[in-house]
Design a protein around this ligand. Sequence first.
Ligand code: SF4
Ligand code: SF4
Length: 388
Amino acid sequence: MQYRELGKTKENVSILGFGGMRLPTKGSNDNIDEIKANEILSYGITNGINIIDTAYPYHSAGIDGNGNSETFIGKFLKENNYRDDVLISTKSPSWLIEEKGDFEYYLDKQLKKLQTDSIDIYLLHALSEDDWNKIRKLRVLDFLDDCLSSGKIKHVGFSSHCEIDTFVNILDAYPKWEVVLTQMNYLDEYYQTGIMGLDQLKQLNIGSMIMEPLRGGRLVQNIPPEVQKIWDTAELKRTPVEWALEYLWNRDDVDCVLSGMNSLEQVKQNIQIASNVKEISQHDKELIRQVARTYRKLTGNECTSCGYCMPCPEGIDIVNCFKEYNIGKILNNPKGSALQYFTLIDDGSKADSCTNCRNCEFVCPQMLNIPEELKKVDEYFGREFNHF
Ligand code: SF4
Ligand code: SF4
């Protein structure tokens, strides 16, 4: 495992961090498979991972619910005596804050769930311009000052899916930011804050943590033949996971890449790559740009399967509707995906059952207009395939 200094925190973090939003589950997202999750987290820690990232709602039954990821991680660290071996990063649910006292209410709840007296890295979660304006009025920065003084929090930061202007405003507002979590992969250099955001962080010596390194799996599953053809001309052949992770670790403005691993095989594979990061030649960097251009032309929408929009009150299986749609588009195989779409997704859970109630409005970190995208899914698969 390789390690890098996390900006001004001076913490020496493993370049691969364990993301706690896609732990193995049994049946439903809120039911963590503790035996499997124990196994993969233990393997990760004993093989050098020293940072685990979670958040208040991860592995919850509802969009805004109190999730089980923090609870499981707290129990896991306590029972295995690992607390001193890892940094815990978790997040304040900024969209749930209605009054000043709520900041402390959620933090105290999270300390209890995580069975610890102090959070190593506390991030304001998924700041949008509106949430930022709201929590600033509720004096969030005073709250952070108090927590840093009392020791309840060691390092503060935020995570964002916003555009660069809002990002810079947030950075400018507080000199004590030490860590920022942003979305980055080779498809997203110019999406959300992208490389401009990373450059800002480097200039300010703020630690950078990266989410969505595999773009919700899109960069490593169902590789389109057009993309494979480009990879086949590389000077150094790599697997799709190696391309995605080594692209990030070849950047000197990336400190730690979070991966939401949910199988032992994935953990072993990612640790192996993180232990021997190979330099990418100029020739192969150009191939990455070509691959990114090719994906952009092929893709349907930007869904990363994060599940924040689920459950939908009408029972729409948004994640799988978009997944089959995007696979069909990327592989240019609507018929193949339609077979999956009509057989795997129950009637009533398909795109055509969306009532446009707009309950899912504003929850998508990729800023997707979900009902509009569902209309496209319905049109794409259309009636002509509806005979499976
Ligand atoms: S708009 Fe459609 S997808 Fe969104 S919550 Fe309502 S029914 Fe579900
Ligand atoms: S539509 Fe948005 S919120 Fe829902 S799974 Fe996709 S990326 Fe996540």
